[in-house]
Ligand binder design. Structure first.
Ligand code: DX5
Ligand code: ZN
Length: 228
């Protein structure tokens, strides 16, 4: 599995979050931003780990027919282990689980065995020390810049200190690890996150809630690239 290229580790990537797209025409929304999209960020919410529900494996499988992009699945779920295989089979290229749910070693093993890229996420108030033991075993560290659950929230600049410390740890140990930020990313905040060390930028409302999503994705990329 994981047939769609992730790109070079550490390179700048823009990952539109479909959470802010029109779910009635998801395929068209995804195709519309394709030219400015590196990854597609798929937010999965279980109504338990976060107080919202979004979508599941069938939607990933359907979308797979409309996009050849790397599907970056963010599992905001209390029991992601019950669903990893279903997401991998549906066409997920990467699966990110939250460290707060526990059982992280087993979840990493399980995702690895399924052949997907393995991500680990931390909420804004979760310290870097909670994810540090796993940095050598994962492909992506996601540091949330909002409390997960909803699109359209404000970027939490106070997370940037953690991003900078994560980047320092990654570089110091020469780890092949992408550093992703998610929440409130727009052309004003993206450069701040990139300057702190993030290289994968998730953006929902700043792309899909804009009148010209393709132009918005291009503007976001340009703003981020200028900060590299
Ligand atoms: C938040 C999700 C995000 C969200 C980002 O719970 O994980 O991916 O869709 O949305 P914006 O970019 O609107 O903050
Ligand atoms: Zn997300």
């Amino acid at each position: 599995m994981s047939a769609h290229p992730a790109g070079e580790v550490g390179s700048l990537r823009v990952a539109p979050s479909i959470l802010s797209a029109d779910f009635g025409r998801l395929g068209a929304c995804v195709a519309e931003v394709d030219a400015e999209t590196d990854w597609l960020h798929v937010d999965v919410m279980d109504g338990h780990f976060v107080p919202n529900v979004s979508l599941g494996p069938p939607v990933v499988a359907s979308l797979r027919r409309y996009s050849g992009r790397f599907f970056d699945c963010h599992l905001m779920m209390s029991e992601p282990g019950r669903y990893l295989e279903a997401f991998a089979r549906a066409g997920a290229d990467g699966c990110t689980v939250h460290v707060e749910v526990g059982g992280t070693d087993d979840l990493i093993d399980q995702a690895r065995a399924l052949g997907v890229r393995v991500g680990l996420a931390a909420n804004p108030d979760t310290p870097l020390s909670a994810v540090e033991p796993y940095l050598g075993r994962i492909d992506l560290l996601l540091l949330m810049t909002v409390v997960p659950g909803f699109g359209g929230q404000s970027f939490m600049a106070e997370v940037m200190d953690k991003v900078a410390r994560a980047r320092a740890a990654i570089d110091a140990d020469g780890l092949a690890l992408d550093l992703e930020v998610d929440g409130g990313i727009d052309p004003a905040t993206a450069p701040v996150a990139v300057a702190a060390g993030a290289n994968v930028l998730v953006a929902g409302s700043a792309i899909f809630a804009r009148p010209d999503p393709l132009g918005a994705a291009r503007a976001l990329r340009a703003a981020a690239a200028a900060a590299r």
